[in-house]
Design a protein around this ligand. Structure first.
Ligand code: GCU
Ligand code: CA
Length: 741
């Protein structure tokens, strides 16, 4: 979905060029505006739920996002915040021209609908073609955590998609009640809690930091014939297209509604990507599909701006289809072209990489983990023939980072093309780990695409490059959550003797753990780790055993695991590894079983590019900590972190010495439990801001907040002062990037 989108239909708006250009010559564009068991499980999804959403949800709905200014005016005011210095002059000129024209159309009360549509199309096309003047930056994606938006509020977005309109990515998905319940207490299942709350939309330029924009649909949204979406028994699996003829954004979602004839595809439309959407049409039958509605579905927009619904048939899901959205208004799904038939597959989604189309889907595991099965186009026609299916390489190692196929985002970067696999971890049903959204990169190695499972990675949306993150856990299926049923060959772990199984009752309220016995065990071969020092940690109970880490050079380090009746955390630090393959072996000392969980192998030093600027550890003088320096929660850097007293007096202070005065960017690394711990930011005795320090969900889940502060040359004190009696989060370090004058 890069630059070429929409170009094929954008027209010169000659009528507006002159008047708009003259009227707006004075407009300062540079200035910001103001500033399965399918048979058994599938029906669960479709069951009507009568459950009343929790009180908080009702409150949230009442406080739904501000009504957005609709249509072209909104787009124009958004694009007026772009600054020319950030783009190449060559790409800026046509954009500035399209923006001036669009502003003229937006102000012209006599402009026709098609003038408005053309202005939107031309503006978005030029915006999509804007080329960044710099090389971009790497941003960190941390999986296995619950994600927040840029305001620190939970992101609840499942079964949706990310779409690029103009120069901005928009993420739409469904907020279900169960997602809130599981996030609040992830130590049990919440079967059936799929009451529809809303469809939020978030925006992002880097695909990592997401700003909440609006709820495009809520329970009160009109579902046609006097019904509302709140009356639906199921809403899910959606995507959004832009229609160049109407200038409208059309959202397609599955809906099962007792008052609207059962299963269908509901089409809503809005005037801007973040508008509050209105009812468009309900299509119960797509021609060529053997059933009404769809099994699973996503929306795919091709490089040429054409939009398709990718879906399986509802019962059995044995056929895969690609259907066009009607070109005139996108409010109908045209006849489906069958591209695959065979075993039932769900989570049907499409990506395109280096000119080929890949239809990907999962097993019928009822929203649970699976490999990804891919059918690859044999030619360049999305509705043409496809290869027989094969397993997307890498997804077999840990069942796609313990997810079901969700959707894909293709980024054609200046240096490489990367597809982001956006997996759904539907944990409200399955209790299979923390976090709903697990995103990892897919690249082509040789003839076929390769899935790179990582718990943390960094992505540069400008260049398309990615790399493992500094806190990446190199062990796959470390929490033994992938299998979802009791098995003797645990996914990702090969038996080396004795017996092995997963068992119910994992550490810290997780569902499963790994048990080995009879002097035997399991091993995991990790294909490639960078050279450096690593820390191995895990939770263990039961009889005694060992965990051995073997490097590519044959060197071995052993962590002895003594017997323990309850869960105990065990750790081995300073494991020096050369680059290459690493094998982690878990074995029992005797016949009785040892049970392990939450394994991690994290790099603590080595060739990871250091962050720009200077790092100040909270445990190292002259830093001060009103509390204790602890080291009981893994993942910190250095030798510990500041656990401030749980009181307003429990401050952490850093003394930093930048070389030059100016505005410096600070990164504060912290971990929190279940609730936020806001703090004032006090620089040289003056309060300069407040840092929200939201919940990270676990004390071992570390996160970094970025703030900018004025600093003097030489010595400065930077103090975090809690604003509530709960005190500070645990504070690991402060990074100070060089000041800009
Ligand atoms: C727990 C946790 C500490 C943390 C404390 C808190 O005790 O182990 O690391 O500082 O909670 O709530 O502040
Ligand atoms: Ca504390």
């Amino acid at each position: 979905m890069e630059g070429d989108i929409l170009r094929h239909r954008s027209r010169a708006l000659s009528k507006y060029w002159k008047s708009a250009a003259t009227a707006l010559l004075s407009l300062a564009l540079a200035a910001p505006a103001s500033a399965s068991t399918a048979a058994a499980e599938a029906p669960v999804k479709e069951k009507p739920t009568t459950q009343t959403p929790a009180k908080e949800l009702q409150d949230q709905r009442a406080a739904a996002g501000p009504a957005k200014e609709r249509g072209l005016k909104y787009l124009v005011s958004d694009y007026q915040t772009r600054t020319p210095s950030k783009y190449t002059a060559r790409s800026w000129a046509p954009f500035a021209k399209a923006l001036r024209t669009a502003a003229g159309v937006a102000d012209d009360t006599s402009a026709s609908k098609s003038d408005v549509a053309d202005a939107k199309t031309a503006l978005m096309t030029a915006a999509a073609d804007l080329k960044a003047a710099d090389e971009g930056t790497f941003q960190t994606i941390t999986n296995d955590t619950f994600w927040n938006d840029t305001d620190g509020n939970p992101i609840y977005s499942q079964g949706g998609g990310v779409f690029k309109f103009g120069d901005t990515y928009y993420w739409y998905g469904v907020h279900y009640t169960g997602a809130e319940y599981y996030r609040a207490n992830p130590t049990r299942k919440y079967d059936g809690d799929v009451s529809f709350v809303s469809i939020p939309v978030y925006s992002s330029k880097d695909l990592v930091n997401w700003k909440f924009e609006n709820r495009v649909a809520t329970r009160s949204t009109d579902a046609g014939s006097g019904a509302t979406m709140g009356g639906a028994g199921w809403v899910g699996r959606l995507g959004v297209t832009y229609n160049e003829n109407t200038g409208k954004y059309v959202l397609a979602t599955q809906m099962w509604h007792p008052g609207r004839g059962g299963h269908g595809v509901l089409l809503l439309q809005g005037d801007s990507p973040t508008d509050t959407f209105d009812f468009g049409y309900l299509q119960t039958q797509i021609t060529n599909s053997p059933t009404t509605g769809t099994g699973d579905q996503t929306v795919f927009t091709d490089d040429d701006g054409k939009d398709y619904l990718i879906f399986s048939n509802r019962e059995g899901r044995s056929r895969g289809f690609v259907a066009k959205f009607r070109e005139s208004d996108s409010l109908r799904i045209e006849p489906g072209v069958e591209i695959r038939r065979g075993d039932g597959r769900e989570g049907n989604a499409m990506f395109k990489l280096d000119g080929k189309y890949y239809h990907a889907a999962s097993d019928l595991h009822g929203w649970n983990t699976s490999v990804n099965y891919v059918n690859e186009s044999t030619g360049s026609d999305i509705q043409g023939s496809y290869s027989s299916e094969y397993v997307l390489a890498g997804t077999e190692r840990d069942y796609s980072h313990v997810t079901q196929t969700g959707f894909f985002v293709t980024v054609n970067g200046t240096k490489q093309n990367t597809v982001i696999y956006a997996g759904d971890r539907w944990a409200d049903f399955a209790w299979n780990g923390i976090g709903y959204n697990q995103w990892v990169p897919i690249t082509k190695t040789g003839a076929r695409p390769q899935f790179h499972s990582m718990s943390q990675w960094q992505f540069n949306v400008t260049t398309g490059e990615w790399r493992a993150g500094p806190a990446n856990n190199y062990i796959l299926n470390p929490d033994i959550q992938a299998d979802r049923i009791i098995v003797s060959n645990v996914r990702g772990w090969q038996r080396t003797g004795g017996w092995s199984t997963n068992v119910e009752g994992g550490a810290n309220g997780s569902r499963f753990a790994l048990q080995v016995g009879d002097s035997g065990g399991v091993e995991q071969r990790i294909e490639s780790v960078p050279a450096g020092a690593y820390t191995l940690s895990l939770h263990a109970r039961g009889s005694s055993g060992q965990v051995v880490v073997t490097g590519a050079d044959g060197s071995e380090r052993t962590l002895d695991v003594p017997s323990s009746s309850g869960w105990a955390k065990r750790e081995l630090t300073g494991i020096e590894l050369p680059s290459g393959t690493v094998t982690v072996t878990v074995r029992a000392s005797g016949s009785a079983g040892v049970t392990v969980d939450q394994l991690s192998l994290v790099k603590t030093s080595g060739d990871t590019p250091p962050p720009a600027g200077q790092r100040y550890e909270a445990e190292t003088a002259p830093a001060e900590c009103q509390g204790t320096i602890d080291s009981n929660h893994a993942g910190f850097s250095g030798s510990g972190f500041c656990n401030g007293n749980n009181a307003a007096e429990g401050v952490a202070q850093f003394t930093v010495t930048p070389e030059a005065a100016g505005t410096a960017t600070l990164g504060v690394r912290f971990a929190n439990g279940a609730s936020a711990r806001p703090a004032n930011l006090v620089v040289n005795g003056s309060t300069v801001g407040n840092v929200s320090f939201e919940a990270t969900g676990a004390w071992t889940t570390w996160s970094t907040k970025t703030v900018t502060v004025p600093l003097n040359a030489g010595t400065n004190t930077i103090r975090l002062e809690p604003t509530t009696a709960a005190g500070l989060p645990n504070v690991d370090y402060l990074d100070v990037a060089a000041a800009t004058a």
